[in-house]
Design a protein around this ligand. Structure first.
Ligand SMILES: Nc1nc2c(ncn2[C@@H]2O[C@H](COP(=O)(O)OP(=O)(O)O)[C@@H](O)[C@H]2O)c(=O)[nH]1
Ligand SMILES: [Mg+2]
Ligand SMILES: [Zn+2]
Length: 315
């Protein structure tokens, strides 16, 4: 018997795929010793006990089992996964378009979980005005923003934004785990395949006609990011941006802390208990008037605050 450390890269029906630090993979069961609130999740860092003779690829049959789960940095419920350091919000500048409220919910949920967020505006080739608008709002809000698109005909060798994003990922992602969230059709699979040609993710569209097939299985899977040491990409097929935004566990009182672009303004509020939803002499409202905060961010905030307060009433 020996023990190894690794990362859960998939979870299917009580069987967990674990990739060890040494690069071996084992199928494991999770046995009673675990003291967790919920199940073992993709993204968990785990300790695995391997009986003598457990060979790679057939661990579970030989009795490989997860005997410990490291403390988590964060947990996403939908999609189910743990320990996400960075969330790439993939938003389309053209069809299907981007709901700013949905995007702002996603950013607040990421902030609350201590997950860094990066905005990627896709399809910038199709609508320059809409790309400019998204870029302006989120740059002003302090988020890193990248624009990608298909290159115009004849622009062979151009990457149209993908190289720049790839460089950022290579610099910031070593040792970290990233998830990509986006509305269906926003260009998530296309982007991942352009960024990581070696990853060979399923790029196929979900079959809308039959509504089934392997692409519709909602299974989170982690992949080692090709060429980036210690980095993982969480692929979340079948989950849309809406799934990631289940943010109603945030207490309304904590929402201001989930708006990094507002932080500098709070000292300017006249009332210490200002909720920034319409009080007189509110620092946030002042910053909006002066153009330091994008109006849409304040509108989203007010709507999210209202939703969270309403939710509290029903609980
Ligand atoms: N013009 C243009 N089309 C894109 C771009 N990115 C993706 N698409 C197209 O948008 C559609 C949906 O892309 P897909 O990657 O499947 O979206 P997903 O559902 O988010 O994974 C496909 O037809 C892509 O070819 C882009 O940057 N520019
Ligand atoms: Mg896709
Ligand atoms: Zn205020």
């Amino acid at each position: 018997m020996r023990t190894v450390e690794g990362r859960v890269i998939r979870a299917v029906g009580g069987l967990f795929g674990v990739l060890t630090r040494e690069g071996e993979s084992f199928d494991c069961r999770a046995r009673g010793v675990l003291k967790l609130d919920g199940p073992v999740l993709p993204g968990d860092s785990v300790t695995v006990a391997l009986p003598d003779g457990a060979a790679e690829g057939r661990g579970a049959a030989a009795g490989a089992s997860i005997i410990g789960v490291a403390e988590r940095k964060n947990v996403f419920i939908r999609p189910p996964m743990a320990n996400i350091d960075t969330l790439f919000a993939v938003c389309s500048a053209a069809r299907p378009g981007t709901s700013l409220l949905t995007l702002d919910k996603l950013l607040a949920a990421a902030e609350y979980r201590d997950t860094a967020a990066v905005i990627v505006v896709t399809k910038s080739d199709l609508d320059e005005d809409s790309s400019d608008r998204l870029e302006d709002i989120y740059r002003r809000s302090g988020y890193p923003v990248f624009r990608t698109g298909f290159c115009p005909d004849g622009a062979a060798g151009e990457s149209c934004g993908v190289t720049e994003l790839g460089r950022f990922i290579a610099e910031t992602l070593p040792g970290k785990t990233a998830a990509f969230a986006g509305a269906s059709g926003a260009g998530k699979s296309t982007l991942l395949n352009r960024l990581f040609p070696g990853l060979g993710l399923d790029a196929g569209e979900v079959s809308r006609k039959t509504g089934r097939g392997r692409h519709t299985t909602r299974k989170v899977e982690l992949y080692p990011a090709p060429g980036i040491p210690g980095a993982f990409i969480a692929d979340t097929p079948g989950f849309s941006m809406i799934d990631f935004t289940n943010f109603d566990f945030i207490p309304a009182e904590a929402l201001p802390d989930c708006m990094p672009d507002f932080a500098d303004c709070y000292p300017d509020c006249r009332w210490p208990d200002c909720t920034h939803t319409g009080e007189a002499d509110c620092g946030v409202a002042k910053a909006v008037r002066e153009g330091r905060i994008a109006p849409s961010r304040h509108e989203s905030y007010r709507e999210m605050y209202r939703l969270l307060k309403e939710k509290r009433k029903w609980d």
